[in-house]
Ligand binder design. Structure first.
Ligand SMILES: [Zn+2]
Length: 82
């Protein structure tokens, strides 16, 4: 690895996902933001991730069975991958 500050897209995706759970330390957040600043693909990924998790959060307020939640999750996933 040439530098610890510059991360791969793969790592950025992991950090982006963990960011949805507010699980990043300042260093990791810095690396993610740095990566996003020069990688349009990961900026897009992060945006979609954001949308996805805010949708999931709003679902918490609705009474749904686990089965229904699962199917909604699957539908969201399909929507994102299209
Ligand atoms: Zn990237």
């Amino acid at each position: 690895m040439s530098s610890r500050i510059f991360i791969k897209c793969e790592d950025a995706h992991v950090l982006s996902t963990r960011d949805q759970y507010k699980d990043l330390n300042p260093k990791e957040r810095f690396r993610l933001n740095l990566h996003k600043s020069h990688c349009p693909g990961c900026r897009k990924f992060h945006k979609i991730n954001d949308k996805f998790s805010s949708k999931m959060k709003s679902l918490k307020w609705v009474k749904l069975s686990d089965e229904q939640k699962k199917s909604i999750k699957e539908r969201l996933k399909e929507h994102i991958s299209n």
